[in-house]
Ligand binder design. Structure first.
Ligand SMILES: NC(=O)c1ccc[n+]([C@@H]2O[C@H](COP(=O)([O-])OP(=O)(O)OC[C@H]3O[C@@H](n4cnc5c(N)ncnc54)[C@H](O)[C@@H]3O)[C@@H](O)[C@H]2O)c1
Length: 278
């Protein structure tokens, strides 16, 4: 069987809508910007990486613009949202997606005994408070204009324990809770808030992982290959679109089935193989 094609855009689905994508200059955020523009939206590529955001916006054409901000700085998030509304007159979609991507911080994000509070605070400031701030500043506009949609990027790390990146994992679990809270408080005012929880997707942020780690993870997939950023972008855009109008407060896992099976699956498969060959 040939490999299924990557999910393609639904042309016109976001016509006349305005969207902000944080962490929009790379990986999942970049794929979401590309898809939103292809589907008719005006998109603000919001990122701490000015050069990459500007390059992507210029490549995407007149309906894309770049905005530099730092998710750790709530004032810059306020300016991002206010500037977008002042410039385009509305805000229909917010994709909260930026996450701390410093390898130095990741290396220090260990376990409850070893973690420094400063590292914990830095991870929470970007990954969690940054998402809250995006919601806080976007909600009044969305409510006043009669509705809007927020899609938060969580992670499968928010559902299961791991031997690395404890603060990251806790921040992602908290995003699942934040998503439910926003939906509960503001759903009746026309704002839907959902989350996507990707498993491993090979992006500039994850390609640096050791090949041996990637191999271990691949043994646990229930699909032939890892997903691409475009697979997550397709889910983000579905949740942000009117097609998902009856979905609110939910977190959708897109992980090739990683969390769907018994944790011992890969070991049992190997055991069965070794019995066959002996
Ligand atoms: N790729 C995966 O396997 C995977 C799995 C689960 C969850 N996620 C989540 O998906 C999201 C995107 O991940 P990705 O793999 O596409 O990452 P990526 O590293 O390719 O892109 C992240 C972008 O966020 C920007 N960014 C980092 N810190 C920022 C800050 N303080 N302020 C503003 N922008 C900032 C970076 O400049 C970069 O452009 C993250 O929330 C990540 O936790 C990714």
């Amino acid at each position: 069987m040939s490999k299924p094609a990557l999910p393609g855009p639904h042309v016109g689905r976001f016509k006349d809508q305005v969207a902000i994508v944080t962490g929009g200059a790379s990986g999942i955020g970049e794929a979401t910007c590309r898809r939103l523009v292809a589907e008719g939206a005006t998109v603000v590529v919001a990122d701490v990486n000015a050069e990459r955001a500007a390059a992507l916006a210029s490549e995407l054409g007149p309906r894309a613009s770049a905005q530099v901000f730092d998710a750790a700085d709530v004032r810059s998030i306020e300016r991002l949202v206010q500037g977008t509304v002042e410039r385009f007159g509305r805000l229909d979609v917010l994709h909260n997606n930026a996450a701390l991507s410093s390898p130095v911080i990741h290396a220090k994000d260990k376990n409850a005994i070893d973690i420094e509070f400063e590292v914990w605070d830095q991870v929470m400031a970007v990954n969690l408070r940054g998402y809250l701030a995006g919601c806080k500043y976007a909600l009044p506009t969305m409510i006043a204009q009669g509705g809007g949609t927020i899609v938060n990027t969580a992670s499968t790390g928010g559902f299961s324990g791991d031997i690395t990146r404890m603060a990251y994992s806790v921040s992602k679990a908290a995003i699942i809770g934040l998503t439910r809270q926003i939906a509960t408080h503001h759903g009746a005012q026309g704002v839907r808030c959902n989350a996507v929880a990707p498993g491993l997707v090979l992006t500039p942020g994850t390609r640096g992982a050791a090949a041996s780690v990637i191999d271990v993870m691949q043994r646990h997939l229930l699909v032939p290959e890892f997903g691409e950023p475009e697979d997550i972008a397709a889910l983000v855009c579905f949740l942000a679109s009117g097609e998902a109008r009856y979905i609110n407060g939910q977190t959708y896992i897109a992980d090739g089935g990683m969390l769907a099976h018994n944790p011992t699956m890969a070991d049992l498969v190997d055991m069965a193989k070794s019995r066959k060959s002996s």
